[in-house]
Write a new protein. Structure first.
Lengths: 288, 355
């Protein structure tokens, strides 16, 4: 009796999602997995190679260097953007005309296409004609981001800070706006100073949004490609060749599909692992 | 510890108030004695929270003066006024333990750690938090958190007044009663002035020695619970306090006396002047009306049994008149007569009691 009433038609409702996930995640990923264990010499001929590419990538100095550059980049921008973002959010007005102005100004960098950001900063920083580059040189600094690794790094990080700090600002601002007035009033009555208000009210209440902000900024910066590609192209030399730039060179420049696929998977697993460890650590011991 | 005087206080949230409607508080004059338990009672939007925030110093009044023991405190911060406030929603410092939460107001003022420890332990004992002192505050239930808020209010010995802004809103009904008795008990122990804001008459009447009833930015009455019940000075107080509220019937007033649809009514007030421009009403609580063999002719419309007593709705010349009958007493059907207790039959002129 009850078996007869089972209605499996509902599965059709899930079908669109299954298809979407299959086409945009599972199938492409499996293709990469497929490439990562094979060797090809063109003509669509493939030979099984097992773990060879993984071993090769993991032991290659080139990969180590890119990974270290990538970690350095991500670490530095997080170190700058998170405190800076929170600080800006704290100083932004809460209501009125200026609150809207600040929000729009803050949202602007996020709305600009990534390659435009790269191109803007490239021109802006050019030592002979760019406003920034020219000004710095006119002031007596020897600045040329196309030749000096330190200048290239400084420009790259400044660009990323300019482009993405807003995200941290907007998330923190939303988090701060969600704190009920009673907390601030209670703190005033309890005689807490501004630092204590930040330490015991604002920061704990921001914990969740900051977790999300750090996670997003970690993933995005670890994946960053367009802006450094347009700004420095990985140079001078290989000094700003981050993981994704290196990956594209291997996959599309040298057309080494096997090593590129293996590297992609390692790259993906690193991001997954970091994100998982960080998220678990941040949400551990939290009430549901 | 202090006496609080509020003189000609008005407050508007608008920058340039034009008329009375722009004021959240229209005119408030009050005196609160040191060590009393007071309640500010009124419906949402009557201005009671505004008044509370002005007393605590979170809000600066547009006009008027507020003083503690004769010293004007208009421009003093909450900290300088030495007040404590418990909010509608429990405010706890999530990352701290219960102990640190209670110690926070003292530590911020640089109190010595030995004194802090002694105060925290004594307050924890008063608020039943001793067992939880070393737990993280974020893990507590709503009533536990509200006890922390309350404890932070009690922990300082130098507070002039502790204010409660509808503190039991988020508390489960069966715990409300417990916390309310706790508050009353604490007041008797610490003898600090306490002001309790609520829209719940039961909370106000059980907690306070004196109740201030507010309505649309005005203080309509200040008195003991008994006074509010027996002699409401405004028809709003009559409606708002009591369940069911007071019957208010339009009447005609002349030199001969008070009549409703031609029937003479005996009232409590002996002498009064009549101004035909004004609107007159009779107010009488359902508790002071009884069915009788003779008296005012009414028609019984409906009976609602509350378990403790019966609320009988009757029609008296087109006016609704509620009568409260004890459980078990007989209620006549159809046409009947009622008697009004003369001492509690009050005359109102433009909603205010005729004195």
């Amino acid at each position: 009796m009850s078996a007869k009433k089972l209605n499996n038609k509902a599965w059709w409702l899930v079908a669109p999602v299954v298809l979407l996930v299959a086409f945009n995640a599972v199938i492409p990923l499996m293709t990469v997995v497929n490439y990562s264990v094979q060797e090809t010499f063109g003509d669509n001929l493939f030979f099984f190679e097992g773990m060879k590419w993984f071993e090769e990538v993991l032991s290659s100095e080139r990969f180590h260097d890119s990974l270290i550059r990538q970690l350095k980049f991500t670490f530095i921008i997080l170190l700058i953007q998170v405190p800076l973002g929170v600080a800006i959010a704290l100083t932004m007005p809460r209501k009125g005309f200026w609150a809207s102005v600040c929000l729009i100004l803050m949202a602007m960098p996020l709305l600009i296409p990534w390659n435009v950001v790269g191109a803007m900063w490239n021109i802006f920083a050019l030592p002979d004609i760019g406003l920034l580059g020219y000004t710095l040189n006119a002031m007596g600094f020897d600045y040329n981001f196309t030749r000096q690794p330190v200048a290239a790094w400084a420009t790259l990080i400044t660009m990323d800070v300019w482009h993405w700090t807003s995200l941290v600002v907007l998330l923190s601002y939303a988090g701060l706006s969600a704190i009920p007035d009673a907390y601030y009033q209670a703190a005033r009555i309890d005689g807490a100073n501004a630092f204590k208000v930040f330490r015991y009210i604002q920061l704990p209440k921001l914990k969740r949004v900051l977790t999300i902000a750090i996670l997003l900024r970690f993933m995005d910066s670890f994946n960053i490609y367009t802006e450094p590609f347009v700004l420095t192209g990985g140079g001078p030399g290989n000094t700003t060749t981050l993981l994704s730039l290196d990956l594209v060179k291997i996959a599309l420049g040298q057309f080494d599909l096997g090593p590129a696929a293996a590297m992609s998977l390692i790259y993906f697993l690193i991001i997954l692992l970091f994100s998982w460890v960080f998220y678990t650590a941040m949400t551990r011991g939290e009430d549901k | 510890m202090a006496r609080i005087d509020i003189k000609a206080l008005r407050h508007s949230y608008k920058p340039n108030p034009l008329n009375d409607d722009d004021y959240a508080l229209k005119q408030v004059d009050l005196t609160w004695d040191d060590g009393g338990a007071y309640a500010l009672l009124g419906p949402s939007g009557c201005g009671k929270s505004t008044l509370l925030n002005i007393i605590s110093g979170l809000l600066a009044p547009s006009e008027g003066e507020i003083s503690f023991d004769g010293d004007a405190v208009n421009h003093k911060t909450p900290d300088e006024r030495h007040i404590a406030q418990v909010f509608q929603f429990p405010v706890v410092y999530d990352t701290m333990t219960v102990y640190d939460n209670l110690a926070f107001p003292l530590r911020n003022r640089g109190v010595a750690e030995t004194v802090v420890d002694e105060r925290v332990r004594s307050v924890a004992e008063m608020t039943d938090l001793t067992d939880m002192l070393h737990q993280r505050a974020s893990g507590l239930t709503a009533d536990g958190k509200q006890k922390i808020s309350l404890g932070r209010g009690l922990v300082r010995e130098d507070v002039n007044v502790i204010m409660f802004d509808e503190p039991l809103t988020v508390i489960d009904p069966h715990l409300k009663w417990k916390l309310r008795s706790k508050l009353k008990e604490l007041h008797q122990r610490v003898k600090t002035t306490m002001i309790y804001v609520t829209h719940d008459q039961t909370e106000a009447l059980t907690f306070a020695d004196r109740v201030v009833v507010m309505h649309e930015g005005w203080v309509v009455q200040e008195g003991t619970p008994v006074e509010l019940f027996e002699r409401p000075s405004h028809t709003f107080v009559g409606h708002f306090i009591g369940s069911p509220g007071m019957n208010v019937l339009p009447c005609e007033v002349s030199a001969e006396g008070v009549r409703i649809s031609g029937v003479a009514i005996d009232i409590a007030q002996q002498e009064f002047s009549v101004d035909q421009e004004k609107r007159y009403e009779i107010g009488i609580r359902p508790e002071f009306i009884s069915f009788a063999p003779e008296g005012l002719p009414v028609e019984v419309v409906s009976i609602r049994d509350t378990g403790r007593n019966k609320i009988v709705e009757t029609d008296f010349f087109g006016n609704k008149l509620k009568v409260l009958v004890p459980e078990g007493a007989d209620v006549p059907e159809g046409k009947a007569f009622v008697q009004l207790d003369k001492n509690y039959t009050l005359l109102y002129e433009n909603d205010w009691i005729v004195e």
